[in-house]
Design a protein around this ligand. Structure first.
Ligand SMILES: *Cc1c(COP(=O)(O)O)cnc(C)c1O
Length: 482
């Protein structure tokens, strides 16, 4: 049994019969710590898997005898157990330049929301309990008051995400009835959210009006009939139609809605709760403006420009929101206590607007000055250069960040970052070298995600608050590239 250093002949290959039994492996002194930490079931499973793998290699005559030394076996077992219990959901460093990155969890929660979630999830809470009355309460009441105060709505309800908010609104207000929508607003959002399909899923009869580039008030007016349930406006958040275009503003559509007694719902998508223009950012319509313009219902996301958790917010007229809340599908789409706690704390920040650019990561990053972003890039320049030389050269460059998540698709924010290029005599091998570098960055303990463009790997540091997140991993990067 090759469990001791002395019994191993270096350079020789182990035979299948040299492998220890699972029991013997588990009795090794160093394995006791693993057993204490993770229990018998998992460690035994992994020990068996490890030995199976080693046996296959031994059978193939491909297993160095050293692999069966006690140290080597325990190290392998440790690594395997650690890999097995390592979460699949991991932190990454988002240096893509896209602030609200859907693939990276969209908005990062403000600390107040993280604290509130942690506190509320550590014990029972009054999610659906009316403390004053001592009986059953309504989970919507946790945030309804806040949402009404912030948006000026009469009523509000919340669901799992904005896709759910749109689905529920359509189902509750236009099930088996016509919903009128402009051909210019039949959007597809990432992840197979296509307005015509959502309308069909909700059981609404889609009535398209106007054309791709131009829709007029009279188009809506002519389409209204006895079975019309809803007028629907969709904010074309992830693309822009330019040139000879015309869309009917909510205020005009709202007047038609009142005259004909057909409710108007607007899907805003992002729905920033503050005027972005105030921060020098591109203008995005707010739910407040939509309600003031006369929309009956407005739906928007919690984790886009709002900067909170995934959630779908529905605000508007008391009667319409009441209908939506009572619709049976609501129960299947309701928000769980986790995001509800995060949403409450995030909305609370909007009562203190002066705090927003400091406390809301999304807004902090969007409003970060070019000078500050540039200073962060400068701070990383030399250490990064040292880590990737001599194979790569690094420079600080001006970049343009995107807001992301379909918000303001054509707008760019002046930013800065690092550009890394392979040191090669010609163009050959540039792509391979950049792919290898990007892979090495993704392979770090906290993966660093950049983007490749124009024969460079670009690291936009707009969303990097703390340089050490990158600096302390540069040793590992250097090793990975060696
Ligand atoms: C993002 C978006 C949605 C979907 O919102 P989720 O919160 O991702 O479900 C729906 N409509 C529009 C216009 C959007 O921009």
């Amino acid at each position: 049994m090759a469990l001791t250093r002395e019994s191993v002949v270096h350079g020789s290959k182990a035979r299948p019969q040299d492998l220890p039994s699972v029991d013997k492996l588990l009795r090794l002194a160093a394995v006791q710590t693993l057993l204490d930490a993770h229990g018998h079931t998992l460690v035994t499973d992994e020990a068996r898997a490890l030995l199976d793998g080693l046996r296959a290699r031994a059978v193939a005559g491909d297993l160095p005898s050293e692999s069966l030394e006690a140290d080597s076996l325990t190290a392998s077992l440790c690594a395997q157990v650690e890999a097995r219990v390592a979460p699949r959901l991991r932190c990454v460093v988002n240096l893509t330049g896209t602030v609200i990155h859907t693939n990276m969890g969209r908005s990062v929660l403000p600390q107040a929301a993280i604290d509130h979630v942690a506190r509320m999830m550590s014990g029972p809470n009054n999610l659906e309990y009316d403390i004053a009355a001592g009986g059953r309460g309504d989970r919507d009441s946790i945030v309804e008051g806040l949402l009404c105060e912030i948006t000026g709505a009469q009523a509000a309800t919340v669901v799992n995400n904005n896709a759910a908010a749109v689905l529920l609104t359509l189902a509750a207000l236009s099930h088996e009835r016509e919903a009128i929508v402009s051909r210019g607003e039949l959007v597809e959002i990432g992840g197979a959210f296509r307005m015509p399909d959502v309308m069909a899923s909700a059981g609404a009869i889609m009535v398209e009006v106007g054309t791709t580039n131009r829709t007029h008030l009279v188009d809506y007016a002519r389409a209204i009939g006895p079975n019309t349930g809803l007028l629907l406006k969709v904010h074309t958040s992830n693309y822009a139609v330019q040139g000879f275009t015309s869309a009917v503003p909510e205020s005009e559509l709202a007047q038609l809605s009142r005259e004909r007694g057909v409710p108007l719902a607007t899907d805003l998508g992002s729905g920033s709760l503050i005027d972005m223009a105030k921060y020098g950012l591109p203008k995005e319509p707010t739910p407040q403006e939509m309600l003031a313009a006369g929309c009956g219902v407005v739906t928007f996301s919690g984790d886009k420009l709002l900067g909170g958790p995934q959630a779908g917010l529905i605000v508007g007229d008391r009667e319409l929101v009441g209908k939506i809340r009572k619709f049976p599908m609501k129960r299947a789409l309701r928000l769980s206590k986790l995001p509800l706690a995060a949403l409450e704390a995030t909305l609370m920040l909007y009562l203190q607007p002066e705090l927003l650019t400091r406390e809301l990561p999304t807004l902090r990053w969007l409003t970060r000055s070019e000078r500050e972003v540039n200073a962060m890039a400068q701070q990383l320049l030399e250490p990064l250069r040292a880590a990737v030389s001599p194979r790569f050269e690094v420079s600080v460059v001006a970049l343009s960040s995107q807001i992301g998540s379909g918000s303001l698709p054509v707008e760019r924010l002046p930013s800065a970052g690092l550009s890394i290029t392979p040191v090669l005599s010609g163009k050959r091998g540039v792509g391979t070298a950049l792919d290898a570098l990007a892979q090495a960055l993704r392979g770090l303990p906290v993966p660093v995600i950049g983007r490749i463009a124009d024969d460079c790997l670009l690291l936009d540091v707009r969303c990097l608050d703390d340089a050490t997140q990158v600096l302390q991993q540069l040793g590992a990067l250097r090793e990975a590239l060696a």
